[in-house]
Design a protein around this ligand. Sequence first.
Ligand SMILES: O=c1ccn([C@H]2C[C@H](O)[C@@H](COP(=O)(O)OP(=O)(O)OP(=O)(O)O)O2)c(=O)[nH]1
Ligand SMILES: [Mg+2]
Length: 158
Amino acid sequence: MPTPVPTDDGSTVDVLIRLLDDVPVPSYAHPGDAGADLVTTVDVEIPPQGRVVVPTGVSIALPDGYAAFVHPRSGLAAKHGVTIVNAPGTVDAGYRGEIKVTLLNTDVTEAVKLARGDRVAQLVIQKVERARFLPAETLPGSHRGDGGFGSSGGFAGR
Ligand SMILES: O=c1ccn([C@H]2C[C@H](O)[C@@H](COP(=O)(O)OP(=O)(O)OP(=O)(O)O)O2)c(=O)[nH]1
Ligand SMILES: [Mg+2]
């Protein structure tokens, strides 16, 4: 069995954060976690199949070449059907406004009540490339070609 190489704990980036409310600085629950939890600063009830934009009480300044992505939390999704409409939300490096989360209650019958301070999303910071788009008449061939949307097969006979 190959020995896993420990992750480099120096792989962190400094991100300035403003707390706009009495909220904790987002933190990673465990070493090696990718997402730092964000809380809602408001009590909210999301009706069945409803959506609501909640503030998180934080704004950040990312270095150029980085973006932050607002991801759903699996516990909220699995237990209550709560996800994020635009998952993952994209926070641009130049954005200085409050980070907000557009929550969606996918449950058809049950409303979901969230209280101020509840963790509603997780923020993943990533390095991102920006492209120089080069218009071309044709594109180089590839093994996949234009196959997509299930071209490699479905599941369980469908
Ligand atoms: O889940 C999200 C997604 C975005 N944003 C903020 C940060 C981001 O930099 C800005 C714009 O997001 P996006 O580009 O996704 O929205 P848009 O509809 O294209 O708005 P804009 O025209 O302002 O770019 O909104 C959030 O706070 N939460
Ligand atoms: Mg945009």
